[in-house]
Design a protein around this ligand. Sequence first.
Ligand SMILES: Nc1ncnc2c1ncn2[C@@H]1O[C@H](COP(=O)(O)OP(=O)(O)O)[C@@H](O)[C@H]1O
Ligand SMILES: [Mg+2]
Length: 270
Amino acid sequence: MTVAPDSGNAISGSAISARGLAIGYSHGAGALPVLDGVDLDVPAGGFLTILGPSGCGKSTLLRVVADLLAPLAGAITVLGGPPAQARARRDIGFVFQDSTLLPWRDVRGNIELPLLVGGGRRNRPEPMATDELLALLGLAGLAERMPDQLSGGQRQRVAIARALLSRPRILLMDEPFGALDEITRDRLNDEMLALWRRTGTTILFVTHSIAEAAYLGQQVLVLAAHPGRVQEIVDLRPLKDSDGRCDRDAPEIVAVAAHLRRLLAAGSAR
Ligand SMILES: Nc1ncnc2c1ncn2[C@@H]1O[C@H](COP(=O)(O)OP(=O)(O)O)[C@@H](O)[C@H]1O
Ligand SMILES: [Mg+2]
C-alpha cells in the first residue's frame, strides 16, 4: 500500500517532486521547520489528497508549491523547474476554504476576475471561455447571480471556475469543501473527479475528511506533527477504476479509511 519515494532524482513526468524538503517560517535568526524531510512525487495528471493534524503544515506545503513561501532546505521542482517558474507561467491555480468572491460582481464577473488583474497574456494559453466553465461547474443559468444569491456549494464552484480560467496545469485546493454539508460535498467530490479527468490537471487537495481523502485521492499524503513529517504516502490507484473512481462503501475503501485513521492518530500523538 505504501509507495516509497525513490531516493534518486525526480521521476521524469512528475508534476511535483520534493527531496529532503524542509519548510516553515523564519523567526529572526533561527527557523524551526514546520515539516522536514519531505520526499514526494506527484505524477503529472495525478490527484494527491493531503491529510494531517491541525497545524502540521498542510497549508504551508501548498504555499511552497505555489511559490508564496521559499523552502528552508531541500529541493522541490514544480513542472520540472523551480516553483517561481511555474508561478511566473501561471501554471498554478489556488482554491481556499472560504473563497472570496467580490460581492459587487456577478458570477460571470467573478470568474473573469483574473483577466482584469492578470496583466499581459504573453506565452499563455487562451483562457477558457466563461460559458464553458459555467457549464463545466454546473453553473449554467447562474451567470448573472450575485454572490449573496448563491449557496455555499455554488460559491465554491465559482471559485473553482475562476481558478481554472487560465488553464493551470496544477490546481491547489486547501480544504475547499470544509464548510459544506456532507451531501453537497459528496456531489462536489464527484464533480471534481469528472473535472480532473476532463482537464488532466494535477490536483493537490487538503482535507480534514478521511472519507473525502480516500474517495478523491489517487495517492494520499498523510502528514504527522511533533515533529512535522511525512507519516506515509498511501497509493490508492490499484483500488480505483480507469476513471479514478471507486465505490465509497466498497470494503477495500472502508479498510483504507480505517488505515488512514490509524495513521492520523499515530501522527497526532505528542
Ligand atoms: N505566516 C506564518 N508565520 C509563522 N508561522 C506560521 C505562519 N502560518 C502558519 N504558521 C505556523 O505553521 C504551522 C503550520 O501551519 P499550517 O500550514 O497553516 O497548518 P495546517 O494547514 O496543517 O493546519 C502552525 O504551527 C502555524 O502556527
Ligand atoms: Mg491549513
